[in-house]
Design a protein around this ligand. Structure first.
Ligand code: SAH
Length: 384
């Protein structure tokens, strides 16, 4: 079955749009329940208000609903969490929409604090004596249940981080707010995410700084995007490309769950990076995590300003080889480096002071290179 959300705007001649008012209403309501987690009554009430505002605009009900249904997932999701429809919607509908969003904020919109007592709605990390970690959200009246018993969440709300609590079966759990590293390893994911051990090095080798303009492909589950957003801060700008709409939706949610909001300075394009239209030299850094890195190299090279840095990661040697050969053949890069990151945890307990028995042996290779100024060529034969 064709998913109506994937169709182009309603003024095109696409035939896969919902044909009847009933179909359009069903699709739209599902989107609203799913994206906003609102009650059915709230959605019904909003629909009535929205449609009468549409009539005042001279739009038929069906046309109005089709316009909503035709929004790409990230656009609809962004509209729901920011209270702003895309600009193609008239001002009168913007007012109805933002009124709805203000009156019935999404259930998951939470102001995430990083310090102070733990609050209802926040994510917490519970750690047992074996160091196992559980990420959970504090819901008043609910229990956190795991194989060693349960803990009423009301006993955690208001607590200070670093407190130990006892489960119903007498096991101790430590409670903390999750770090970004904890969250990245525990959040729902589709694609393979960039591991914190790699993104930590990528942020430094890629020299991310507050205010940087960064281009990224593909977005995947948004793990690397979160590290970039944190490093560039609110004055920076991140533009991500991703070909899978379902991955975009998941990534937007993951990012919003972590930050508590959808960041204004993160622009997402549902498009192949190879086809991206990017103003030459308008990015300081480019991060590529693509199954075929060479798909993104031409756009990356055009996008980077002189001195800009390219960071491309790949799990296999042939991908690395192709990337480096492409960069070298272009003569547009200097300082090409290839590395991998091995983090070996240690066990330190009594006399047993030794490396841990297990480690993550392989994730990706990291390629880093710096863009030359236009017209400058340089053939670097030495790759260490
Ligand atoms: N860095 C991401 C994971 C990316 S996985 C994270 O940390 O979560 C690679 C992603 O690239 C996949 O989601 C895939 O759909 C996307 N992709 C593959 N080819 C692409 C292309 N040509 N343009 C944009 N995205 C692409």
């Amino acid at each position: 079955m064709t998913d109506p959300r994937r169709t182009s705007p309603p003024d095109s001649n696409e035939t896969s749009h919902p044909e009847t008012m009933a179909d359009a209403t069903v699709v739209w309501k599902e989107l609203m329940y799913e994206a906003g987690r609102r009650s059915r009554a709230e959605v019904e009430l909003f629909l009535t208000t929205f449609l009468s505002a549409c009539q005042a605009q001279g739009w038929s009900d069906l046309e109005a609903l089709r316009r909503l249904v035709a929004l790409e997932d990230p656009d609809l999701y962004r509209a729901i969490v920011t209270g702003r429809l895309p600009e193609s919607f008239p001002e009168a509908l913007q007012v109805v929409w933002s009124d709805f969003v203000r009156r019935w904020p999404t259930r998951r919109a939470v102001s995430v604090s990083r310090t102070g007592p733990l609050r209802a709605g926040e994510w917490v990390l519970l750690m047992d004596a074996k160091g196992r970690r559980y990420l959970t959200r504090l819901e008043p009246g609910q229990n956190f249940t795991f194989h060693l018993g349960s803990v009423p969440m009301d006993t955690l709300i208001g607590q200070t981080e670093g407190t130990a609590v006892r489960s119903s079966k007498g096991h101790t759990l430590l409670v903390f707010r999750p770090t970004l590293r904890d969250y990245l390893l525990q959040m729902p994911r589709h694609a393979q995410v960039v591991y914190p051990k790699d993104s930590a090095i990528m942020a430094m080798w890629g020299d991310l700084y507050p205010g940087a303009r960064v281009l990224e492909a593909g977005l995947g589950s948004g793990a690397l995007a979160m590290v970039i957003l944190r490093a560039i801060g609110p004055t920076g700008r991140l533009v991500s490309y991703e070909i899978r709409a379902d991955f975009i939706r998941r990534a937007v949610r993951n990012i919003e769950r972590w930050l508590g909001y959808v960041p204004e300075n993160h622009e997402i394009h549902h498009e192949d990076i190879a086809r991206a239209q990017v103003e030459p030299g308008s990015f300081d850094r480019v991060f590529l995590d693509l199954p075929t890195p060479t798909d993104g190299l031409a756009v990356a090279t055009g996008a980077l300003r002189p001195g800009g840095i390219l960071v491309s990661i790949s799990p296999t040697v042939p991908q690395v080889q192709e990337t480096v050969e492409w960069l070298r053949a272009s003569n547009l890069y200097g300082s090409i480096e290839v590395l991998e990151v091995l983090v070996r945890p240690w066990n330190v307990r009594g006399p047993s002071v030794r490396p841990a028995h297990f480690m993550v042996a392989h994730t990706v290779f990291i390629v880093v290179a710096r863009r030359l100024r236009p017209g400058q060529t340089f053939v670097d034969d030495v790759y260490i």
